[in-house]
Write a protein that binds this ligand. Structure first.
Ligand SMILES: NC(=O)c1ccc[n+]([C@@H]2O[C@H](COP(=O)([O-])OP(=O)(O)OC[C@H]3O[C@@H](n4cnc5c(N)ncnc54)[C@H](O)[C@@H]3O)[C@@H](O)[C@H]2O)c1
Length: 284
């Protein structure tokens, strides 16, 4: 079990919401935390609050879509607290994209940059040194239930989260046999400012659909407290669990998705199919 006390954690999108919830839970375990966020003002306030509580916390004003910013942030984090061993790639955004045929390419590319590409930048920045160190470490990528099933009218967001889950699962499988664990955090609704922070940052050709934005904000307000997500993430890091589904209520959704997939195997295309998948099974 990984020891968190004295470790340095780097958390993106940590000015509030789920990222700050994870940071708080990690500081309670004795980790030093680097909070990195595009909102320089809010992230500084968040770090100051943690420092007031006696934690070691550094705020960085940073854009997770910029690969060069990752290199600078890693250097600053290490200069302040030493090598990063817990990496939480959590920054993200939502975009109500409407029916698929109306998805704006600009919105699509922006959502991919923050919700999918940023996880790649995170791995490219931190993994070489993590692997070389041979130390125990853990990576948590924040995905969503939207990476497991695809609700209508959010095609761009869903696509980014499916991409991010695929990357995370690949990472997990590539790192088997090392001391680096990987988790994919897949929450349902959490009471955060995601509707607001997403609107602040998104480029659009057309104004965002006000009714869809309000419906999303309203669903968020009914969501789970980020204060409950953080301790669950810490528990999963310690136990090296890949999937983190904090919302029990979504269990039937996961079951239904898997049921539909399995049902399709009842209809064979070629009864002679005999692909050898034993090697695959050993890494799943
Ligand atoms: N709130 C939910 O219901 C929910 C559910 C499932 C998944 N998620 C995911 O959780 C993650 C955190 O979201 P949240 O709900 O805590 O909302 P949030 O708005 O509190 O947190 C997102 C943070 O990311 C920051 N951010 C946005 N773009 C950035 C960039 N380019 N570089 C650095 N920081 C950037 C924002 O400033 C914000 O502080 C996201 O990936 C989101 O998709 C949220």
């Amino acid at each position: 079990m990984i020891e968190l006390k004295g470790k340095t954690a780097f958390i993106t999108g940590a000015a509030g919401g789920i990222g700050l919830g994870i940071a708080q839970a990690l500081t309670r375990e004795g980790a030093a935390v680097v909070l990195a966020d595009i909102d320089g003002v809010e992230v500084e306030k968040a770090a100051a609050t943690l420092r007031d509580q006696g934690a070691k916390a550094l705020a960085l004003h940073f854009d997770a879509t910029d690969p060069a910013a990752w290199e600078d942030a890693k250097a600053q984090a290490e200069r302040t607290f030493g090598p990063v061993r817990i990496l939480c790639s959590n920054a993200g955004a939502f975009g109500a994209s409407g029916p698929v045929e109306s998805i704006e390419p600009k919105l699509w590319r922006w959502l991919f940059a923050i919700n999918a590409d940023a996880h790649l930048h995170a791995a490219r920045t931190f993994l070489p040194e993590l692997k070389a160190s041979g130390d125990e470490a853990h990576i948590v990528n924040t995905i969503s239930m939207a990476g497991i099933f695809a609700a209508p009218m959010a095609g761009a967001y869903n696509a980014t989260k499916f991409a991010a889950l695929g990357l995370s699962m690949t990472l997990r499988n590539e790192l088997i046999g090392t001391k680096i664990g990987v988790s994919a955090l897949c929450p349902g609704y959490v009471a955060t400012r995601l509707a607001k922070t997403s609107l602040l940052n998104q480029p659009r050709e057309q104004p965002a659909d006000a009714a869809a934005t309000e419906a999303f904000a309203s669903a968020l307000r009914q969501g789970m407290s980020p204060g409950r997500i953080g301790p669950r993430v810490v528990e999963a890091i310690k136990a090296n669990e890949f999937y983190i589904f904090p919302h029990q209520s979504y269990r039937p959704v996961v079951e239904a998705v898997h049921h539909r997939q399995l049902a399709s195997f009842n209809h064979q295309a070629d009864p002679a199919d005999q692909d050898d998948i034993s090697a695959l099974l050993s890494i799943i």
